[in-house]
Design a protein around this ligand. Structure first.
Ligand code: NCD
Length: 308
């Protein structure tokens, strides 16, 4: 049985804790130049059907540290541009004896479909509006490093929650670990209550971030929006931007986080993105270590491997 990482929603607290402590351990080893256990003789396909900078490069870097080989795949130069179905592409990679897949796709649920047909482990690197589990793990590691624990923290997720897989994976992870999750944004960009996401909803920024320990800012994901969801970007920024002024509503040592890519001047200003309260660089750095942990976790379930 392959161990997939398709989302946070179906992980339990113990599994999340295992992944986070594995990530912290890998970080220490890499930073201190200590040996890292290898997952050798493994080729992992990097299937990015959507653009990516941080996620893709950090998976490559993570695989390199673990001694894995990556096989790159670009949808535009593959046979999918000749009309091949996703299922046939996945089966092709299976028969070419790739051992695992890291996959990003604009449609929710595609990594689950891939997992059904591939055979080896599949790691979701972001699917549509559904989940982005490794981003949530990196964010959690960053928060724990700065705040000590997730339990009892108030975390406000601000902006385009509706289109954000980052918001969903973070909300599942943070609530499972005992944090209070708040979704803050305009009515058109917050999913209806029927979405059953774990968190409370605020349409007013000042109230939503009041006493928050962490603010996770989200980009307006215009590529996933339909017409009429936003009256204007300027109006959005005036009401929901996390900046020098609005940050005063949060707790004085509130962390400012953002999964990237940033649209400066819209959801954040330079003060909150680059100032002392920003944890954005740590999120990027920790992305490598949680992806090492995720690859290791997925590939070592049934392998003889060095114990870490
Ligand atoms: C996010 C994504 O792709 O979901 N970026 C990322 O992976 N760091 C967020 C976004 O695109 O706004």
């Amino acid at each position: 049985m392959a161990r997939h990482l398709l989302g946070i929603r179906h992980l339990d607290k113990d599994q999340i804790e295992d992944l986070l402590s594995l990530s912290a351990d890998f970080k220490l080893r890499v930073i201190e130049g200590k040996p890292v256990p290898k997952v050798d003789k493994v080729v992992v396909g990097m299937l990015f059907f959507e653009n990516s900078t941080r996620t893709r490069v950090s998976f490559e870097q993570a695989a390199y540290y673990l001694g894995m080989k990556t096989a790159n795949f670009s949808a535009s130069s593959s046979s999918m541009s000749k009309g091949e179905t996703l299922k046939d592409t996945i089966l092709t990679l299976r028969y070419e004896r790739l051992n695992g897949l890291v996959m990003r796709h604009r449609m929710s649920g595609t990594p689950t479909l891939a997992a059904r047909h591939f055979g080896g482990p599949v790691i979701n690197a972001g699917d549509g509006q559904h989940e982005h589990p490794t981003q949530a793990l990196g964010d959690a590691l960053t928060i724990i490093e700065r705040k000590g624990d997730l339990d009892g923290l108030i975390v406000a997720i601000v902006g385009d929650v509706e289109h954000s897989r980052v918001a969903r994976s973070n909300a599942w992870l943070l609530s499972k670990m005992g944090a209070e999750v708040r979704f803050v944004g305009p009515r058109t960009l917050i999913p209806p209550h029927s979405a059953m996401l774990p968190g409370s909803v605020y349409y007013d920024l000042a109230t939503g971030i009041a006493n928050a320990d962490v603010i996770i800012c989200l980009r307006l994901q215009k590529e996933r929006m339909s017409e009429g969801m936003l009256s204007s970007v300027g109006e959005y920024a005036a009401m929901y931007q996390v900046n020098r002024e609005t940050l005063k509503y949060a707790s004085p040592d509130c962390l400012v986080m953002h999964p990237g890519p940033l649209n400066r001047g819209i959801e954040v200003d330079d003060y909150s993105a680059d100032g002392e309260q920003s944890a954005i660089h740590s999120q990027i750095e920790n992305g490598v270590f949680v992806r090492m942990a995720s690859l290791y976790w997925a590939f070592t379930e049934n392998r003889e491997s060095e114990t870490i």
